[in-house]
Design a protein around this ligand. Structure first.
Ligand SMILES: Cc1cc2nc3c(=O)[nH]c(=O)nc-3n(C[C@H](O)[C@H](O)[C@H](O)COP(=O)(O)OP(=O)(O)OC[C@H]3O[C@@H](n4cnc5c(N)ncnc54)[C@H](O)[C@@H]3O)c2cc1C
Length: 416
């Protein structure tokens, strides 16, 4: 079934009887060429590009819950490529370019909206740092604009410019950044992969790996053993748990990240705004809710819910930045489990076990990476070579000292 304006009109006139499920619900086969563990955004995107771009067949995605139950359906939907370091920026800009054609490629409305992101500047030193970042972005083919205080005030007049503690002096803007409907991204990739023959198997938890003579032969699951020539793991917050079943200890810790949404309000916030003096960021959904968040909860956890101190911290940031937010009523808050790596950057690499590949360490920034991560992981699985933009995302970089420490925060996940 292909979506189009014509199809919508036809269905409207014929009682909506022609819509079919977006993907099949197949029984697992006894073996596949490639198994992807984890039906989040990254796993589904990997399967999609494996089938569509790299011509692979006999692929399955195994998901322990339902599609969208993990971080892909819990994030604050921000997409951007405003990174500084050469190991990161080309990768995230590649992702932006894939976002820009995602809906055509998947024939699915994922509500990609390039409404821009503004990182606020509060000190002269910060302006210098953002100028450098903006130049690095342009160097990698991305877009960036340094806004003066007056230019900023025209775009977002409601900020607290004269806050004595955190005066706002300008901003770094990426106009092509924005938001996308997070679960719509998962559904679009799932449908696109399914249409190309990928088996998406929900309620199928991987409980172990069969490894003989240093080679992976398949996975044990809650629905029995499934053989595979290659297994790619993309389980985000469950990375350490799942890879420990293959005897691996990862440079990753799991932490909860919370997010919040207010009641629906009239259009106020034109794009995404991030506070430069604390951890707070905000955008407005198409339904009108103010969507915002801040820091991770600073302790290890696999629970998909957080605690009150971070809620207080986030709301303090919001009040300092735009006091009017104090008049809005909070509708919901939720949490997701982050796979925090020790340098704040991800891993897309082979492992020491033949046929076993790993994708993870996305911290709180993996949504924007979904297309490039899927593409690069598919490239690695299909060709056994890293994609050009993902060469730096090696698992052994921590042992060898080639870390990609975008924030210079060191091996403290709670600071990234
Ligand atoms: C509150 C919040 C806000 C965020 N905001 C942003 C943002 O604005 N921008 C941004 O870029 N990023 C953001 N992120 C981060 C982003 O959502 C994640 O980095 C990204 O979604 C992780 O990749 P994924 O989609 O594949 O993960 P998930 O959707 O979590 O997918 C992993 C899947 O693996 C499955 N799984 C786990 N164990 C097993 C097993 N044993 N067998 C089978 N399946 C298994 C899980 O059920 C899950 O569905 C945010 C995250 C949160 C929680």
């Amino acid at each position: 079934m292909k979506f189009s304006g014509f199809k919508v009109i036809k269905e409207a006139l014929t009682g909506h009887k022609g819509w079919t499920p977006l993907w099949r619900d197949p029984e697992p086969q006894s073996a596949y060429d490639i198994i992807i563990v984890g039906g989040g955004g990254h796993g589904l995107a990997t399967a999609f590009y494996l089938a569509k771009t790299f011509g692979q067949a006999r692929i399955a995605v195994l998901e322990k819950g339902w599609l969208g139950s993990g971080n892909i359906g819990r994030n604050t939907t921000i997409i951007r490529s405003n990174y500084l370091l050469p190991g990161n920026e080309p990768f995230y800009e590649f992702s932006m370019k894939l976002w820009e054609k995602l809906e055509q490629e998947t024939n699915f409305n994922s509500m990609v909206s390039q409404r821009g992101i503004i990182n606020l500047i509060h000190t002269d030193a910060q302006r210098d740092a953002y100028r450098r970042r903006g130049n690095a972005m342009r160097f990698a083919g991305a877009d960036s604009v340094l806004l003066s205080r007056e230019e900023l005030r025209e775009k977002v007049p409601f900020l607290n410019y004269d806050n004595a503690r955190f005066p706002i002096k300008g901003g770094l803007m990426q106009p092509r950044a924005g938001t996308a409907r997070h679960d719509g991204v998962a559904w679009g990739y799932a449908r696109g992969a399914d249409m190309r023959g990928v088996d998406i198997i929900q309620n199928c938890e991987v409980t172990g790996f069969k490894i003989e003579a240093g080679k992976v032969l398949g996975v044990e699951t809650s629905r029995g053993f499934i053989g595979a020539k290659k297994v790619g793991v993309a389980v985000a917050g469950s990375s350490s748990r799942v890879m420990s079943m293959a005897g691996m200890r990862l440079p990753i810790e799991s932490h909860v990240l919370q997010a919040f949404v207010s009641e629906g309000l009239k259009p106020t916030i034109p794009g995404v705004i991030t506070f430069g003096a604390g951890h707070f960021y905000i955008s407005q959904s198409d339904k009108g809710g103010l969507v915002f968040g801040g820091d991770i909860d600073g302790y290890n956890s696999y629970a998909q819910r957080g605690n009150l101190p971070v809620i207080e911290d986030v709301l303090e940031g919001g009040m300092a930045l735009m006091p009017m937010i104090g008049r809005a009523r909070l509708l919901r808050g939720w949490g997701g489990v982050m796979d925090m790596s020790m340098d704040g950057s991800p891993i897309i690499d082979r492992t020491g076990i033949e046929g076993l590949y790993f994708n993870g360490g996305w911290c709180y920034g993996g949504f924007k990476a979904t297309p490039a991560s899927g593409y690069a992981f598919a490239h690695l699985l299909a060709t056994d070579r890293p994609h050009d933009t993902a060469r730096a995302y090696r698992l052994d970089r921590f042992a060898k000292g080639y870390v990609i420490d975008e924030r210079g925060a060191g091996a403290q996940p709670n600071l990234h």
